[in-house]
Design a binder for this molecule. Structure first.
Ligand SMILES: *Cc1c(COP(=O)(O)O)cnc(C)c1O
Length: 497
């Protein structure tokens, strides 16, 4: 197994190189040269293993240049009950008849990003050793909230790395800001930017590609890398929890080995649902992958029409981690669906860059329809479903998972499909307590972030995640905010260059 670029099928590198490079120099994303297979027997056997052991088995199919000892080290260091509040790591909750919620938010930052960002630092530092790259890695992150904190938590005090996170001063929730501003670790820097998320992302990209800065880093024995979901090292860990869930459902006799299931994913950058696609094509029996969007419904339109059109208004919603108009990981799916035709990918993504729009071929449209269904809902529907599920089942959804539940309800009504279904739950409701409380109780009175957490505890009966409760008494370490033009100097100064 080797890794190719979606924009140059001639590229051939190891998984360790793909993880260190993050993105291909031609602008493409790295994809495995084939989708490895797992037999039903192999999948069922996972049921008797710990999550870390299951992870090592699935990783061994993709990271073929890693030794068993290296995979054991990475998976055991990440997936343990010190880092995760649940010994199962990912917990399955039976919501109602034949419908399960896969809770992916029992990690240190209470969002599903932890599933990948707890292990990425180990994969990255192991990869560096394997390719004998003796440099300190500087991770630069632009974040609209969840990724920044999860990356900080993953990389804090990891030897041989340092991490710098930029977030928009007024573009993250109060809880998210608090989470980042109180971050521990001797190798972390957090900085607010007077600008929006696009300014943060553009600033980071400009620094990544600035030759003068790169040279200064190289002279100082350092290099940049990326922790966002274009890195294969973030995608691969997400495949594991789908296969693990299937094994678990068989073990619990909820399904029989070989039964198909549906998977519903609240989607933004298309990383999480693409991982489910890989799981399906590795051999896990899946009927439909259901792609759920909020009012930024560019993916719903794409899956239903084959036309990707980002020329539309960006809408700020109560599910902010899905407020996105360019879903980067779609490029990996289209590369597979068009038969690894790199020229075709260059054409479509060239058009996306220049015109904001492209249309795929009839053949690709048919393949999309075979695997995927899609739907979306707005904020009012999101809140209504939080209330409905709370009233009927005493289960408290966060706003992102609620979008998935609503889209699934609509899908079931429209199709009558009764296949057993797993809904990916991507955040703890405590991370979005304002919107969740508004949904359940109507208006929220004038409370600060921690009063809301207390109130949500009374309403939901769920334990407050320790990491969020502890924030109240943690000293604020990072208070600075800088202008867009100051980012470059800020980075160099922070690295003492
Ligand atoms: C990042 C995120 C998503 C979107 O996941 P993608 O892999 O980008 O599609 C959904 N919900 C939450 C809470 C997230 O943090």
């Amino acid at each position: 197994m080797f890794y190719k670029s979606t924009r140059n099928s001639g590229v051939s590198i190891s998984s360790a190189e793909a993880i260190v490079q993050g993105i291909s120099a031609d602008g493409g994303l790295f994809v495995p040269s084939e989708i490895p297979q797992m037999s039903m027997d192999e999948i069922v056997k996972l049921g008797d293993m710990s999550y870390a052991e299951r992870a090592a088995v699935v990783f061994s199919k993709f990271l073929t240049d890693f030794t068993d000892a290296e995979l054991k080290y990475c998976t055991e260091s990440a997936y343990n009950d010190k880092n995760f509040a649940s010994a199962d790591i990912a917990e399955i909750s039976h919501l109602f008849d034949g419908t399960y919620v896969l809770e992916l938010w029992h990690g240190p930052t209470c969002a599903f990003k932890d599933m990948a960002l707890q292990i990425l630092p180990y994969l990255l530092t192991t990869s560096l050793k394997k390719i004998k790259m003796n440099k300190k890695v500087v991770i630069l992150v632009a974040t609209s909230g969840d990724t920044g904190k999860a990356a900080l938590e993953g990389f804090a005090d990891v030897e041989g790395t340092s991490i710098m996170v930029f977030y928009p001063q007024d573009g993250v929730s109060a809880m998210q800001k608090r989470q980042m501003a109180t971050q521990d670790g001797n190798n972390v820097t957090v900085c607010a930017l007077n600008g929006n998320f696009d300014d943060c992302q553009n600033g980071v990209k400009a620094i990544f590609t600035n030759e003068e800065i790169k040279q200064k880093l190289a002279d100082g024995g350092m290099m940049f890398s990326s922790a966002n979901s274009i890195n294969w090292g973030r995608l691969a860990p997400q495949i594991i929890y789908y296969i693990s869930t299937y094994a678990e459902l068989v073990k619990d006799e909820q399904i029989k080995a070989g039964d198909k299931i549906n998977i519903v994913v609240p989607t933004g950058n298309f990383g999480n649902i693409l991982a489910a696609y890989y799981a399906k094509h590795m051999g896990m029996p899946v009927n439909k992958l259901i792609c759920a969007s909020n009012a930024n419904n560019v993916l719903t339109d794409f899956i239903n029409t084959g036309i990707y059109d980002r020329n539309r208004k960006f809408i700020t919603t109560v599910s902010p981690s899905m407020d996105i108009l360019i879903s980067s990981n779609l490029e990996r799916l289209l590369y597979i669906l068009c038969g690894e035709n790199d020229a075709q990918i260059r054409e479509w993504f060239g058009k996306l860059a220049s015109e904001g729009r492209y249309e795929v071929t009839d053949d690709v449209k048919a393949k999309l329809k075979a695997d995927f269904a899609a739907g979306f809902c707005d904020d009012a529907q999101t809140k209504a479903v939080i209330k409905e599920i709370y009233d009927k089942y005493s289960y408290t959804l966060d706003t992102h998972t609620a979008v998935a539940v609503k889209v699934y309800e609509d899908y079931k009504k429209a199709t009558g499909d009764n296949t057993k279904t797993v809904i990916a739950s991507t955040a703890s409701p405590y991370k979005f307590s304002t919107a969740v409380l508004e949904a359940i109780e109507g208006k929220v009175s004038d409370m600060d972030e921690f009063d809301k957490v207390e109130r949500l505890h009374e309403v939901s009966g769920y334990d407050v995640p320790k990491s969020l409760a502890d924030l109240k008494n943690k000293p604020i370490r990072f208070t600075g905010a800088i202008g867009r033009d100051e980012m470059k100097d800020f980075v160099l100064k922070s690295l003492s260059l």
